[in-house]
Design a protein around this ligand. Sequence first.
Ligand code: ADP
Ligand code: MG
Length: 354
Amino acid sequence: VRKQHLVPKAHYGGRHAVTMLPGGGIGPECMGYVRDIFKYIGAPIDFEIVDIDPNVDNDEDVKYAITTIKRNGVCLKGNIETKSEAAYVTSRNVALRNELDMYAYVMHCKSFPGITTRHKDIDIHIVRQNTEGEYAMLEHESVHGVIESMKVVTASNSERVARFAFEFAKKNNRKKVTTIHKANIMKLSDGLFLETSRRIAKEYPDIEHNDMIIDNCCMQLVSKPHQFDVMLMTNLYGSIVSNLVCGLMGGAGLHSGRNYGDHYAVFEPGTRNTGTAIAGKNIANPIAMINASVDMLEHLGHHFHANLIRAAVHKTINEDHIMTPDLGGTASSTDVIKAIIDNIDLYMKNKVSF
Ligand code: ADP
Ligand code: MG
């Protein structure tokens, strides 16, 4: 399959084809809501839906999904389950990111004024290395009872993600990048990541750069989160810190995350939860998946549709206070979707321009 530019050209009629991977747990119901909203507003997207069977040990479905993403350039995904416990069957989510070389993950954590939280007005971008580090998936038993797991940090990927973070800060008018690490203990691996980010920082004199050890970072985040602007870190720290920050702002059901490589982009709920325990009960918070779909529309240049959905979501939560139980509300998932569609209607009737 031919490699393509990060933002694919539209097809005839200005439409884009996008791969949809509903995944397990609450993925399929959340994708249903996205499709309802897109249909209602006539968003110019044709989804190519690929279901991945979590119970089979071969990776035919995943290979097919990757082929469609290479063709479409863009994907909206839930969390794909890997039910097999065999060690040789590795996480499909990780395999997908590695195969598409999506080396950077970005999560924008911005407070919703309508949600009661300990800290207000948080606005943090987390940039995470997305394809190596602790997720190298190279584990073995060297002698009986001794497991070794390799954390792989390369100069090239550290440089790519550092440059991504600084370019991102520059484009989005952010003031500071903080590298998060444990280079005092992991002197070589985290040391390389930190040194590389310091070297790249020199090319961006207008952006402040500092660094912080991961353990202190966790303490600072829960006590003084406003000191952070753009945060740059390796893969596992990124997973933990992004969940921590989501927890500060209302939980797993709100924020979206974006996976980027040089050629492909994949959009998904930020904390990458499956939500198996709450699936099929009409209680899952649909906002994270809807926000992921808004990111996807924006990436493809469909700004009107993106802004319309975003405004309707914000009004539903911040003004109408229609929320699912995870945010302290009493609404069902479908109540939230109905409120969003009513707000979309209101904007369209009043001819609000976006
Ligand atoms: P993981 O897949 O990482 O094990 P879970 O799927 O168990 O995580 O989710 C972690 C927690 O977040 C659970 O308590 C789950 O109910 C909650 N959660 C995840 N997604 C949502 C959502 N969209 N709405 C409400 N709660 C959610
Ligand atoms: Mg789970």
